[in-house]
Each structure stands twice: as C-alpha cells, then as structure tokens.
Design a protein around this ligand. Structure first.
Ligand code: LLP
Length: 440
C-alpha cells in the first residue's frame, strides 16, 4: 500500500476517502450505496471477516495443539449469509439460542460444528438442538446436565458436552459485559466447589460424554493478562479434577473477548501476537501442573466482525443549544445500534459525502426514538453537517444488527455485503407488513 492511500485511511485500512471526497468502505463508494439501498444501511466487508477467520485459524494452528480452533460467536452478527461465510471458511460456531440455531440450520451450516451455549436452555431448546445434531452442549449448571442426559437417553445418543466454569476473573471491562466473576449468572464457580461437583456428576451420567471445560471472562479486553490468568486457573482446575476424580480434560475453551479499535484512542491488537502470548502461557501452566496441553478453543465474536461493519445514516438536522451542545439527528439510532445507550460505547463517525472535510464540529448524535437516551454518541467530532448529508458510523459489525430492535415500530435496516468491489443484500430492509406480521 502506498503512503498516499495510507494517509487517507480512517481508523482501519478498509475505510478510505475516495477522489470525490466520498467515504469508501472495502473499496466501494458509500454514497453510491446509500443512494442504491437507502439509509440507515449496515455495510459488511466480507473479505475482512474472512481475513480475520484465517488469522485466528492460522495462529491457533501454529501455536496450539492439533484440533485447536476458533468458534465464531454468532451472537455478534447473525443472519444466514454469515453462517454460509463461516462454513466456507471451515469455521465452527458458538450459538446461544434456538433462534441462532434455526438460522444456522437454514444456512445449511454443519450443526456438528456448533457449540450450544446459554444459561437457561429450556427443555424444548435442548430437544431441538439434539434433534438438529448440535455437536456440543456447553452445560451451564446441574439442572441442565440432568435434562441433557435425559434427552440424550431418550434419543439413544451420547451427547458431547463441555462444562461452563466461572474462574473468578474480573477483566476490568464494562460490568455488563464481564462474565467470568464468581458473582455471575453463568456457569459453575471453582471457588464455591460447584465446578468440581458438576464435573463429578457429569462423569457419572450415562448419556453424556464430558469433553472438557469452558470459561468466558468478558468482552472488549485489550490485554492478554486476563486470558493468561483465566488459563492458569482453568489448567489448575483441570489438574485438581484429575487428582480428585481421575479425569483429565482434553478440551479447554477459553471463550471470546479480544478488544477492537472503535476510536483513535483504542489500541489495535494483533490477533496472532495475542494468541502466541496466551499459548505460551498455557504451555507453561500445563507443564507446571503436569497436565497435557489440551485442545484449545476460542470463541471470537467482536474481533471477527466489528471492523467489518459500517452504518450509514442520513442527517435530518442540527440543533444548536447555546451554552449546552449541538445535536445532530440521524434516521436510525438505538434501534439499530443500542450500544451507546447500554454501555456508553464510543464510536467514530465521518460525514460520508464530505469525508475529506475537517472534523471540527463537536456534537451529540441522536437517533429518532422518542427517548432522550437514544444517542449514538456524545462529544463526537465530525465536519459540520447539514440536512441530507450522510453520516457513517464506523466499526458497527458486532452487536449492532444482532441487538437491533423494533422499538417505536422502527424497521430494521438492510445489511449489504461488500466483496471484491461488488455489493449484494445479506438481509433486506424490514417492511411495515413484516412489522405487523405477528399481530392478530
Ligand atoms: N463466548 C461467550 C460464552 C460469550 O458470552 C461471548 C460474548 C463470546 C464468546 C464472544 O465474545 P466477543 O469475542 O464478542 O467479545 N453486547 C455486548 C457484548 C456482549 C458479549 C456477550 N458474550 C456489546 O455490545 O459489547
């Protein structure tokens, strides 16, 4: 890449400014895409997702024992075409609900490569997943273990399972996305003895095959230390289990959580480097505890899809309140991206039709819902917009479309997939007829 192109890159190298001053994503003019598909519009850079999958797979093959692999945590971005992309990249997947499973099945994703999560799987969910041939259940607690065993017995199969363990790690991320602490609705804690007791129970069940353990400490984590700490604790647990029960786990799933760069202030992490560091740590801990290095699984969601996304909105107007602030209204908001409302997550925004104009206007970007908290960001720096301008919010691939809602009866935006300069619909825009389709 030449220095000239580099100097025109914004935040990530798939976001560039074209000759016309238009913002380009994955090499495609976003103004043209907004004209073609309307706004709000979610764009997905398919090659970026594929490149990230390959980066994870190559690093895990290089630094970890054979059979180690990434599972795509599909809660981050879920629709049929994503599962087709994952299938063609030879990826396994983490699903967390029967709805995600139904989507994977509709996309003909091989269900034996699906790992079924969730802290409260209903009897119907368990049956549906088993009948669909889900490869692994991540069993969250004792009652679920009993139900999975009973259902597998009824179907005459031996269901492979991992047990979800809470290692007691606080990764210092936002409290709502931190999940590995003892005080969590997920999993069985080592500290309380629950983890050992569910392991004992699982080993006695006839219709399940215990393959190993799982933990997930949280999301949007930039350091490797929390993962290394989690690995230490989990490997210590594997050793304790071997001592107490004579069982040595062959698989250790360390969950997802690598952070991504949303703003200039965020660092950019190297997936390969992170995996190398964590792998070194795992090997050292296994040697210390005298256990064989297990097959390692990771469950990246955000870091596979976040910077493969961009949302384009149309500006409706600017309201300046002297002595307070300036509001820029767009035709989407918390219904397509609830992350600022929920977690005060910061984003970078750019005027797509004047991407080369200086970003010297500080504003709060508000959505169209009848709710003051419906904001996409505060203190955002963009070029001063006018009604009709296009505002692009970057890095919206993860936990935007998958967390979208119909609050205020707003229709969900379409998802347009970009690849090799071409664009195609992944999900079309929702219609009012569809909004009403369940109403009696
Ligand atoms: N595995 C498990 C068991 C998880 O619970 C999660 C995310 C992942 C993997 C994927 O984590 P990632 O690599 O994406 O960090 N809605 C929040 C994020 C919630 C994450 C929930 N679990 C957000 O928008 O930040």
């Amino acid at each position: 890449m030449t220095t000239e192109t580099l100097s025109k890159t914004i935040l990530h190298e798939n976001v560039t400014v074209g000759e016309s001053g238009h913002l380009c994503f994955a090499g495609v003019d976003t103004v043209r895409l907004a004209e073609k598909y309307g706004t709000p519009l979610l764009l997905i850079d398919e090659d970026r997702i594929r490149a990230r999958c390959r980066e994870y797979k190559a690093a895990m093959e290089k630094y970890l024992p054979s059979g180690s692999e990434p599972l795509y945590a599909s809660k981050a971005l879920c629709f049929c075409e994503i599962y087709r992309i994952m299938k063609s990249e030879d990826m396994s997947t983490d699903i967390v609900s029967p709805g995600e499973l139904a989507t994977a099945v509709a996309a003909e994703f091989p269900t034996e490569r699906a790992y079924f999560h969730g802290n409260n799987k209903t009897d119907a969910d368990i049956r549906f997943a088993m009948e669909s041939g889900v490869g692994y259940f991540i069993v969250d607690g004792a009652e679920e273990l009993d139900r999975v065993d009973a259902e597998a017995g009824r179907l005459g199969i031996k269901q492979k399972i991992l047990l979800r363990i809470t290692p007691g790690i606080d990764p210092h991320t936002h409290a709502k996305i931190s999940t590995g602490r003892v005080d969590s609705k997920f999993g069985s804690a080592i500290e309380t003895g629950a983890a050992l007791s569910i392991t004992r129970a699982a080993l006695c069940r006839q219709n399940v095959e215990l393959c190993g353990f799982h933990c997930h400490i949280g999301s949007q984590i930039f350091e490797t230390k929390p993962f290394a700490d989690a690995a230490d604790i989990m490997i210590g647990f594997i050793a304790d289990v071997r001592r107490a029960l004579g069982y040595e786990a062959g698989t250790l799933n360390l969950g997802g959580g690598f952070g991504v760069r949303y703003t200039e202030q965020d660092p950019e992490i190297s997936i390969e480097k992170n995996i190398e560091i964590i792998a070194e740590h795992i090997k050292r801990a296994c040697a210390e505890h005298g256990v064989a290095v297990p097959r390692i699984l990771l469950e990246p969601g955000r870091s596979l899809v976040a910077d493969a996304g961009m949302t384009v909105y149309t500006v409706g107007g600017v309201k300046e309140i002297p002595g307070f602030r300036s509001y820029v209204s767009v035709d989407g908001g918390m219904t397509d991206n609830p992350r600022y409302t929920l977690y005060q997550s910061r984003y970078t925004a750019v005027l797509a039709n004047r991407a080369d104009a200086p970003a010297d206007f500080e504003c709060t970007v508000g959505g169209r819902c009848c709710e003051s908290g419906d904001l996409l960001g505060e203190g955002m720096m963009i070029a001063r917009p006018e009604r009709g301008d296009l505002l692009a919010v970057l890095v919206t691939g993860a936990y935007n479309y998958s967390m979208a809602s119909n609050y205020n009866r707003v229709c969900r935006p379409p998802v347009v997939i970009l690849r090799g300069g071409a664009d195609r619909l992944g999900v079309r825009r929702e219609t009012y007829r569809e909004l009403l389709s369940c109403d009696i």
